[in-house]
Design a protein around this ligand. Structure first.
Ligand SMILES: [Zn+2]
Length: 156
């Protein structure tokens, strides 16, 4: 491999990129910032050791993770990615609280509308029984009047 094909790490460290370079598959020369961030936070030799300790199929994911965590640490030197995680957890908590509140409001509104529905039924029932009673009263009054008319006419 010639020097123009060096990976981002070897370019940055100004060294020859060996064919079995541990950085080469994960730090391409097209993205030099990726290695700069990781090197700044962890140090090139630590990253190399870490990658070498891992099975080959996990190295790409580990390099991505190291890069993301390094980026977070650059942006937030105190908390790093924990700062982002805390922020997102806070947002999740806020959203969950809002959801519980909204569900409670929905439950209250549902129970109110159900009660109103029952009230309507009750009022209708009361109205029916009232009108029945009025009807019965009217019927009895009519019967009484008929009877008294007949009675009076009978007696007269
Ligand atoms: Zn290299």
């Amino acid at each position: 491999m010639n020097n123009s094909g060096r990976c981002a790490a070897c370019k940055y460290l100004r060294r020859r990129c060996a064919p079995d370079c541990i950085f080469s598959p994960y730090f391409p020369p097209t993205n030099p910032q990726r290695f700069v961030s990781v090197h700044r936070i962890y140090g090139a030799s630590n990253v190399a050791k870490l990658l070498q300790q891992l099975p080959t199929h996990l190295r790409a994911e580990a390099a991505d993770s190291l890069y993301l965590e390094a980026q977070c640490r650059v942006e937030d030197p105190v908390y790093g990615c924990v700062g982002r995680i805390s922020l997102l957890q806070h947002e999740i908590h806020k959203a969950e609280t809002q959801l519980v509140k909204t569900q409670a409001e929905i439950a209250v509104l549902k129970s109110q509308s159900t009660q109103l529905g029952h009230d309507d039924d009750l009022q209708a029932l009361q109205f029916e029984s009232q009108s029945d009673a009025i009807g019965l009263n009217n019927f009895l009054q009519e019967q009484y009047l008929d009877f008294s008319n007949q009675g009076s006419s009978g007696f007269i």
